[in-house]
Write a new protein. Sequence first.
Length: 113
Amino acid sequence: MEPKISTQPIAEKKSSYRKWIETEGIPLIEGFFIEDLTTMSLYPWDRKGGLGARICLEGTGETNDSYVCEIPPGKSLKPQRHLFEELGSIAGIAILTAAAISRRAILRSRARP
């Protein structure tokens, strides 16, 4: 009898990191750089309670990713408990918020007669 050759891969191609990202329900943006964070498409992120997207830059080996999360106007994000380190950039948040406020103010002023 001829031995059977398996057609199944020995190891899965997706890392546990990528499997976890899929459970988050938001896209993973990859590349060497992000041209403009203020124009990134953001999607509903149930765990955070806002809109978001994950970023994993090439060359980081999936060890130093980040995310963009938009806080809904007049609201807050859901409380989180972490079993990992997470650093936030208040300056980055302030810049994105200021840009969004300025853009909204310009659009409102154009809409008024």
